[in-house]
Design a protein around this ligand. Structure first.
Ligand code: MG
Length: 239
């Protein structure tokens, strides 16, 4: 990841808000790349016919994604006219003219452990096939999904989202980062120092308030995940 932008700005579900773009759209990803965010986050679900798609909710236009074939889902468009992005399309778009913005790939928890592991396997295989390994960061609330990814490729960069594990516990399991709700770090301020000490990457979500941005910049977080990437860039430039 040596080419990645040196800033800490991760656009949450792409850089959608200021431009009025749909969250998790390819347009929002392209906007994050244009802004030169160090990362652009997106959410991965799997359809009934095992197609990985990018969408936050587990339903799309009222259809449960896990129980619906992609062809049925794709009848409905995003608000900007895009089709529901497959993960393949999304990664391919994210690799075009982009050497600076990491693809921060959130694998959503599944109904069963087996289905979660299948999503992890298919995601990591697709990332490899598309030669996106150096550009990808994997995040999940499902700890088993991250452990599965590390088992398949210990060079993969993984960050845990749920917030109840100490940096030491993550390190023990081979997980590379703590990507926690920012309030977790207010409750456990000692985790900031211990993470740095043992080489656990620090990320926080979803940081939209200017004062929270200042605090996490002061604490020298590696990444700050936000719906307001333009505002965070302004803050960084003023420092
Ligand atoms: Mg997400």
């Amino acid at each position: 990841m040596s080419n990645s932008a040196k800033n800490v700005v991760v656009a949450h579900r792409g850089a959608w808000k200021a431009q009025g773009l749909p969250e998790n759209s390819i347009a929002a990803l392209k906007n994050a790349i244009a802004l030169k965010c160090t990362g652009s986050e997106f959410d991965v679900q799997m359809t009934a016919d095992d197609i990985l798609v990018v969408n936050h909710d587990d339903s799309f236009n009222g259809l449960p994604i896990a129980e619906t074939a992609y062809s049925e889902l794709a009848v409905h468009k995003l608000s900007n006219g895009e089709k529901l992005p497959t993960l393949r399309d999304y990664i391919q778009a994210g690799l075009e003219n982009n050497t600076s913005t990491r693809l921060v790939c959130e694998i959503k928890p599944a109904e069963t452990k087996e289905r979660g592991e299948k999503m992890a396997e298919k995601t990591i295989a697709l990332v490899k096939e598309l030669n996106a390994e150096q550009m990808t960061v994997y995040i999940s609330f499902d700890y088993n999904i991250l452990k599965k990814i590390e088992g398949l490729n210990s060079n993969a960069h993984t960050q845990y989202l749920n917030g109840e594990k100490s940096p030491e516990a993550l390190k023990e399991d081979g997980i590379d980062g703590a990507d926690y709700h920012f309030e977790v770090f207010r409750t456990h301020p000692d985790w900031i120092a211990s993470a740095k000490k043992i080489g656990i990457t620090l990320n926080a979500w979803t940081v939209n308030d200017p004062e929270d941005m200042d605090w996490l910049l002061d604490e020298k977080f590696d990444y700050i995940t936000t719906n307001e990437p333009e505002l965070l860039f302004e803050k960084i430039e003023k420092r």
